[in-house]
Design a protein around this ligand. Structure first.
Ligand SMILES: [Ca+2]
Length: 100
């Protein structure tokens, strides 16, 4: 599910000792959306370009949304960074030239 997801796992050994571990995992689709809600726009591409050029820092959530290039077999894949290729792909999505 998109957003923060809390996970807990409980284990019980043969003696009945219980151990519980919890963590939170954040999921966001690689959709190119960096601001607000609604469709991807040129503003999203501009923000990605600002991140790619070091004018803005990317949050973890930004990276999950905007690390969309390269595209492999028509599917966005993550390179681990938001760079100019990501900004260009987001701009092409905003212009209706690609969909993902
Ligand atoms: Ca990338």
């Amino acid at each position: 599910m998109p957003g923060a997801n809390d996970l807990s796992v409980a284990a019980v050994d043969a003696a009945g000792n219980v151990s519980i571990r919890s963590t939170s995992v954040t999921y966001a689709a690689p959709d190119g959306k960096l601001s607000g809600t609604g469709p991807v726009t040129a503003d999203d591409a501009l923000r990605a370009l600002r991140i790619a050029t070091g004018l803005e820092a990317a949050s973890t959530l930004d990276l999950l949304h905007a690390d969309v290039a390269p595209v492999v077999g028509g599917v966005p894949t993550r390179s681990g960074a938001i760079d100019v290729a990501d900004a260009l792909l987001i701009l092409r999505k905003a212009g209706g030239q690609v969909s993902f």
